[in-house]
Design a binder for this molecule. Structure first.
Ligand code: FAD
Length: 256
């Protein structure tokens, strides 16, 4: 209840605890569910670990863990079983000081246990990764979106989400995005499309209604409002997202 009250009272913030929870669930639950990584799904795993190790929001042990897993998968045979990957996660973790310390979601806490949580933390992680990629020249433009596409195609357990996202990726030409800033904005617009579709849905948390993002009170300069419509000011939105999801602005609230 204390976390919920804090989050409801704060403006939009990115919490390290949510990013940690997302990666924790990915490594320990979602990826081990995959029977075998083979061909395109082996590539999707390599890309995911590459992006995570480059832009790790985890503590020092966590960053080492991601680097070692990336190295392991890159050097592994294709096909690689989900069980072999899971065993490697356990083995590497045993050799390192404690990585995952977050006990619960913070920015992604729901007002009921079935609401928000993992999928919220995934969006948060994806936005964070597009923003970190735009701060560096490590990866070519389009790499992070292609990685998200690979994750959704091969590893995302929510069937409805997969179907919708892949349709949207084709319609909005995800693979034609040619700049790193454009990647940030592509994901923002795509997420807003999902927010619009899900507004009023059973899955909506009444305490966190699905509005177009960012709301006017969070970024007044992001929208130009006339009597008849609202126009997004994309350069302002970009600036806002780069601040919100910057690694240097992460909040450690909720972490021991
Ligand atoms: P979320 O939508 O999860 O957003 C998390 C946080 O991101 C918000 O609290 C806010 O701080 C920030 N945010 C919100 N909008 C934006 C934006 N446009 N740009 C940047 N930051 C933003 N659920 C379904 O029922 N059907 C689907 O088809 C579906 N598709 C999905 C596809 C993907 C790729 C993902 C990751 C999730 C999908 N989900 C789907 C889950 C759904 O989108 C929400 O994650 C879930 O309903 C929880 O919503 P939430 O209120 O926590 O906010």
């Amino acid at each position: 209840a204390a976390i919920l009250a804090t989050v409801l009272g704060a403006g939009p913030k990115t919490y390290r605890a949510d990013l940690e929870q997302a990666i924790d669930k990915l490594l320990h639950i979602e990826l081990p569910k995959v029977r075998v990584f083979q061909g395109a799904s082996h590539l999707a795993l390599r890309q995911l670990l590459n992006v995570l190790r480059l832009f790790s929001p985890l503590n020092r042990s966590g960053s080492i863990l991601l680097a070692r897993l990336h190295e392991f998968v890159n050097g592994s045979s294709d096909p690689l079983s989900g069980a072999a990957f899971e065993a490697q996660v356990q083995l590497q973790q045993r050799m390192l000081p404690k990585v995952f310390k977050a006990r619960r979601y913070v920015g992604c806490i729901g007002s009921a246990p079935v609401l928000r949580g993992f999928t919220c933390s995934l969006w948060t992680l994806f936005h964070y990764l597009t923003v970190q990629s735009a701060r560096s020249t490590e990866l070519p433009a389009g790499y992070v979106l292609a990685t998200i596409h690979g994750f959704v195609s091969h590893f995302f357990g929510c069937t409805d989400c997969v179907q919708h996202f892949l349709g949207m990726a084709e319609r909005r030409q995800l693979f034609s995005v040619a700049g790193r800033d454009e990647e940030i904005l592509w994901l923002w617009a795509a997420h807003n499309e999902v927010n619009q579709r899900l507004a009023g849905d059973d899955t909506e948390d009444p305490k966190f209604p699905k509005l177009q993002f960012p709301a006017l009170n969070a970024c007044a300069s992001c929208q130009l409002q006339s009597a008849t419509n609202t126009t997004w000011q994309r350069p302002e939105v970009l600036k806002f997202l780069k601040g919100l999801y910057d690694v240097n602005n992460l909040s450690n609230y909720g972490l021991p």
